[in-house]
Design a protein around this ligand. Structure first.
Ligand code: PLP
Length: 289
C-alpha cells in the first residue's frame, strides 16, 4: 500500500488522514460503486474502458458522474505517478455521499464521496501458469444487477471465503443451471477447440479483461463464442480460465476436487497467456492503452 498519498474529495492526503462521515451511504447501505484499474509502469490499463464501465455503474444506481473523464484521468495519473517504476492497482470508489439522517430512499442533492488509492501490483505467480489452480462451484446467491460494479459485495465475500475454506482460489457461480462467472472474476472455457464465455447480461460483471481476451481472440483468429455455459459443459470442459484485471488469466486445473481436462494449463491458455503478456508489454512501452 502506498501509505502516504490517497485521493479524497478533491484532495491528495496521507491515508491515515482520509476520513469520511459515518452517515456516508456507502458505509450505511453499500450505496456506492467502484473500479480497480492496473497501471503498468505508470500507464493506466484500458482507462477509457474502465471510465465507461464506471459511468454505466453510476447510471445503474441513478447517480451523476461527479467528475469528467478528463478529471478522472488527471487525478488517477497523478496517483500512479507517485510510484511509476512499480506496477500498481488503483482502487476508486464513488459513494452517494452523506445525508443528515438514515433513510433508504435517495435524498436530493447530496455531494458524492470520491476516494482513490494505489497499491503495488505483482505479476501472477509463475506456479499458476505451470500448475493451474483450483475452484469450486457454488450456487449464485448474488442479486440480479451483477453488471453494476457495486461495493455491496457481501455475497461475493461469503462465496470467496467458501472457496478459501475448501482450499480453492475461487468459486464459480451457477445460476439456473448455467455457470456465470467467479466471485471476483469472469469465466472462460475451452471445449472442442472453441473458447467460450457467457454473454454480457445483468447476471455478470462486464470484465475489462474479458473484453480484451475476446478482442485478442478475434485479432488472432481463435475460434470463440459468447454463449451460455451449462454446468455440464463446465464439468466436461478441456480448459477453464478465470480472468480479472489484477489476476489476469488463471487456468483452473481442478474443479470441485476433480481434474479439469489434462490436469495442466491447456494449449489455448498457453497461447492466450502469451498474447496477453505481449499486449501488456506494448502498454508498458506506451504502444497500447
Ligand atoms: C464479479 C466479478 N466479475 C468479473 C471481474 C473481472 O473484471 P475485470 O476484468 O474488469 O477486473 C471482477 C473483478 O473484480 C469481479 O469482481
Amino acid at each position: 500500500m502506498n501509505d502516504d498519498n490517497v485521493y479524497l474529495n478533491g484532495e491528495f492526503l496521507p491515508l491515515q488522514e482520509a476520513r469520511i462521515s459515518v452517515m456516508d451511504r456507502g458505509f450505511l447501505f453499500g450505496d456506492s460503486i467502484y473500479e480497480v484499474i492496473p497501471a503498468y509502469t505508470g500507464r493506466l490499463f484500458r482507462l477509457p474502458h474502465h471510465l465507461e464501465r464506471l459511468n454505466n455503474s453510476l447510471h445503474g444506481i441513478r447517480m451523476q458522474n461527479p467528475m469528467s473523464d478528463g478529471e478522472w484521468s488527471s487525478m488517477l495519473e497523478r496517483l500512479v505517478a507517485q510510484n511509476p517504476q512499480q506496477d500498481q492497482s488503483v482502487y476508486l470508489q464513488v459513494t452517494r455521499g452523506a445525508a443528515g439522517r438514515r433513510d433508504h430512499a435517495i435524498p436530493d442533492a447530496l455531494d458524492a464521496t470520491v476516494f482513490a488509492m494505489a497499491a503495488p501490483l505483482y505479476d501472477p505467480d509463475p506456479a499458476l501458469a505451470r500448475d493451474g489452480t483450483s475452484a469450486i462451484t457454488l450456487d449464485d446467491i448474488r442479486w440480479r444487477l451483477c453488471n453494476i460494479k457495486s461495493t455491496a459485495l457481501l455475497a461475493n465475500v461469503l462465496l470467496k471465503q467458501q472457496a478459501k475454506d475448501s482450499g480453492a482460489i475461487e468459486s464459480i457461480l451457477i445460476r439456473d443451471g448455467n455457470a456465470m462467472e467467479g466471485a471476483a472474476s469472469n469465466l472462460f472455457i475451452v471445449s472442442a477447440g472453441e473458447l467460450i464465455t457467457p454473454p454480457k447480461s445483468n447476471f455478470l460483471l462486464p470484465g475489462i479483461t474479458r473484453d480484451l481476451i475476446l478482442e485478442l481472440a478475434v485479432k488472432h483468429g481463435l475460434t470463440h463464442s459468447e454463449r451460455n455455459i451449462t454446468e455440464a459443459e463446465l464439468r466436461s470442459a478441456d480448459e477453464i480460465w478465470l480472468t480479472s484485471s489484477t489476476k489476469e488469466i488463471m487456468p483452473v486445473t481442478t474443479l470441485d476436487h476433480t481434474q479439469v481436462g489434462s490436469g495442466t494449463p491447456g494449449p489455448v491458455y498457453q497461447q492466450m497467456s502469451q498474447l496477453y503478456a505481449d499486449y501488456k508489454e506494448r502498454i508498458k512501452q506506451g504502444l497500447e492503452q
